[in-house]
Design a protein around this ligand. Structure first.
Ligand code: GDP
Ligand code: ZN
Length: 364
């Protein structure tokens, strides 16, 4: 048996779907409840279940490996009661955001799981830093989520021609990534953003001051605060709406906003970097040498492209910088953790996406 229809209806706003329900089937037999982690702290987490939010202990989900600790966005199997009640397992992740820790071991730390859209907020109030945009995009691609760039504070660029140029610059920098402009001040473009994040789970990335909180407030709206408070049924009164890091949006979709995601860096993001600079990787395939560094090697297609003005030199510099930074992080990282990471997410991510595509294909 999979989840009941009442359970399904209650959890659907949090992203529950047929394939999660299927994955959960073995736990139903054990009498466990499905739920989504809305907040984690010090060995405890808050889980949104069909009956509301419950507090649960995470001791069972291997707390000594930072990659295996449950995190906001995970779907879990939680005990129906008990004091404390325990999270017994989490379902295989479709995607995950990870950051390198500053500790000696430099293992990754999971920041958010099962994210579909990574919304990169970029302020138009300051000069565009395309290198920074690329950095956030690499992180987004690496997680398995689809990036979206949102140029915020568009009211500060009143000239439409200038605005169009800025959008174009970002679009060239971000192949395969939708670029929106919004003004929270004038309520412009927010409907487009709401539609984009209206299904699946989204996170907001971007520099401090980029307008993430403003976007989050606009997406969440005021009504939903009351709704969330009413659903808090664990009775302890401590877990108020202000501490929840995962929110069902009134216009559909789910928003994850954790403090950790705000200062996130690169972690083993080589394939993410590759996707951001897809055209460079493609050119590199035409260099004479497989391991061409595009410095002084003969028949280097990348350098030719720069010389011909096809590839901006800035972009090649940025690519090198991110690759170097990433290799440095990777070198510090335990190989076992990385191998496991790759196995678990890449495969499950691909499975998850394939399942979602199959589903979309069925229904559209
Ligand atoms: P965060 O640090 O990324 O969460 O950014 P905030 O949401 O706190 O916004 C930073 C500043 O930008 C605040 O002073 C906001 O009032 C301002 N801001 C946000 N959105 C807009 C907008 O659409 N237009 C203008 N002019 N200012 C904005
Ligand atoms: Zn080359």
């Amino acid at each position: 048996m999979t989840s009941t229809s009442a359970e399904f209806a209650a959890l659907a706003p949090y992203g529950w779907d047929d394939s999660w329900s299927d994955a959960f089937a073995p736990y139903t037999a054990d009498g466990l409840l499905p739920g989504r982690v809305v907040r984690v702290d010090r060995g405890q987490c808050d889980v949104m279940t069909a009956g509301g939010v419950v507090r649960a202990d995470t001791a069972f989900v291997t707390p000594h490996d930072p990659m295996r600790v449950v995190c906001t966005g995970d779907w879990v199997a939680v005990e129906p009661g008990g004091s404390p009640r325990y999270v017994r397992a989490y379902l295989p992740r479709r995607t995950a955001f990870v950051r390198s820790t500053s500790s000696k071991r430099s293992d990754g730390q999971i920041l958010a799981a099962n994210v579909d859209h990574a919304v990169v907020a970029v302020s138009l109030a300051v000069e565009l830093d395309l290198g920074r945009v690329e950095r956030f995009l690499a992180l987004a691609w690496e997680s398995g989520a689809q990036p979206v760039v949102v140029l915020t504070k568009a009211d500060l660029v009143p000239d439409p021609v200038t605005l169009a140029h800025l959008v174009q610059d970002v679009e060239t920098t971000a192949p395969g990534v939708p670029v929106l402009t919004v003004s929270a001040l004038h309520d412009e473009g927010l409907d487009v953003l709401a539609a984009l994040v209206g299904s699946g789970t989204s996170v907001l990335l971007g520099q401090s001051g980029a307008g993430k909180s403003t976007l989050a407030n606009a997406l969440v709206g005021d009504d939903v605060m009351d709704v969330r408070a009413a659903r808090d049924v664990d009775g302890k009164g401590r877990h108020t709406t202000t501490t929840r890091n995962l929110i069902a949006l009134p216009t559909g979709g789910v928003l994850i906003d954790t403090p950790g995601l705000r200062g996130v860096g690169l972690y083993d993001a080589e394939s993410g970097v590759g996707q951001v600079f897809a055209e460079i990787e493609e050119l590199a395939g035409r260099c004479r040498f497989h391991d061409c560094a595009h410095e002084s090697e003969p028949d280097c297609a990348v350098r030719f492209a720069v010389e011909d003005g096809v590839l901006p030199a800035r972009r090649l510099d940025s690519y090198r910088k991110l690759m170097r930074e990433n290799q440095w992080i990777v070198a510090k990282t335990d190989a076992r953790v990385r191998a496991e990471l790759r196995r678990e997410w890449k495969r499950k991510g691909a499975d998850g996406r394939a399942a979602m595509e199959a589903k979309r294909g069925r229904w559209t």
